[in-house]
Design a protein around this ligand. Structure first.
Ligand code: C5P
Length: 243
């Protein structure tokens, strides 16, 4: 329904999508990272482009080719991803924070290649929580993800509030292994109201379609509501709407 609504009367959205892992250097030739491949971000970007939205992807290092019909900004470290998103967010309607940002970075132990030796201790420092700290404009929609080993609904719900999100996709880390690459994910979508939509095991292209439907419904629904009340469209959503 939302797609036909959009085609009928609504402008396309400016969508900013973060994707892929970050790499945090240990020395001149080594880094700390995770298994993210950027496939989820790519599915989201493809689906958004297919629907006629204007898409910018801020991508950590992956071996995937940038999409022809999107703008791609390539970054490596969490700090660079944070800078790129801060720069791009003011011109975006929607941010989908799909990147698997490294939660820790090594305190650098040398500018050159560390020589092999018996034992080396790494000290790790938390990276900034990028999405929680981004300055926002009223009315922007911010969507995050949470990968949880247990109590997915509760934990993802707490992150939704703490990170001031308008939607969060909770993913279960279960016996079938980490949800990286082309693996299906076991997911649910949570709203600030507590409303939850169980998706069960779902492919990433299908998850991208469902999530884009939810985002369009929120955005264009808000637009219709505001118009019918004679107010400006940009009133704020979700957690910030009641604030
Ligand atoms: O706290 P957790 O890592 O589970 O949160 C996941 C969400 O927060 C994702 O949307 C992820 O992109 C984002 N995140 C972030 N900055 C970090 C870590 C995660 O923006 N340093």
């Amino acid at each position: 329904m939302s797609s036909s609504l959009r085609r009928a009367s609504h402008r396309s959205l400016r969508m900013l999508i973060s994707s892929g892992p970050t790499r945090e250097p240990i020395d001149a030739v080594r880094f700390l990272s995770n298994y993210s491949t950027g496939f989820l971000g790519e599915c989201l970007a493809r689906e958004a482009v297919r629907r006629g939205h204007r898409v910018t992807v801020v991508s950590g290092p992956t071996d995937r080719a940038p999409l022809a019909r999107a703008t791609t900004i390539q970054v490596e470290r969490a700090a660079q991803m944070q800078r790129a998103l801060r720069h791009a967010l003011p011109r975006a309607d929607v941010l989908i924070m799909a990147a698997a940002v490294c939660d820790f970075r090594p305190v650098p132990i040398g500018a050159t290649k560390l020589a092999r030796r018996g034992r080396v201790a790494l000290r790790l420092q938390a990276t900034p929580d990028i999405v929680a700290g981004l300055p926002r404009r009223r009315g922007q929609l911010i969507v995050g993800f949470a990968l949880e080993a247990e109590q997915v609904r509760e934990r993802a719900g707490r992150k939704l509030t703490a990170k001031r999100l308008d939607l969060i996709v909770g993913q279960r880390l279960n016996g079938s292994g980490p949800p990286f690459g082309r693996h299906r994910v076991d997911a649910m979508i949570l709203h600030p109201s507590g409303q939850a939509r169980e998706l069960g095991r779902i492919s990433k292209p299908a998850l991208a379609r469902v999530l884009l439907d939810e985002i369009e419904q929120l955005w264009y629904g808000q637009q219709r509501q505001s118009t019918s009340h004679g107010t400006r469209r940009l009133r704020g959503f979700g957690t910030r709407m009641g604030a």
